[in-house]
Design a protein. Structure first.
Length: 95
């Protein structure tokens, strides 16, 4: 079984085209829960893909991406004020 973790990805991208491209790319991995925040239920291989994309497509002198792994114990401590979804470990099957 592949080990997955909820991973929080935040970003501040200075150029609109790079911003849109990153947003489209991250949609393949998780839910956009705020304007510059994705919450993803991913394994290490997916995380490596995201890191490679950032390395190859962003301007490291102008752009910023932060990746936070959230342990299973800590995900239950997430507090949401206002509207929004809470991402939890998802059980699903790819058919």
């Amino acid at each position: 079984m592949v080990k997955k973790l909820i991973t929080l990805i935040t970003y501040d991208i200075t150029e609109p085209q790079r911003l849109n491209n990153l947003r489209k790319f991250l949609k393949e991995f998780g839910l956009r829960t705020q304007k510059s925040v994705f919450e993803c239920d991913i394994d290490d291989q997916a995380l490596q893909s995201i890191r490679a994309y950032c390395r190859d497509n962003l301007d490291i002198k102008k752009d910023s991406v932060r990746i936070y792994k959230i342990c299973n114990r800590c995900i239950n401590k997430v507090i949401i004020s206002g509207t929004g979804l809470k991402v939890t470990q998802l059980d699903y099957m790819i058919v």
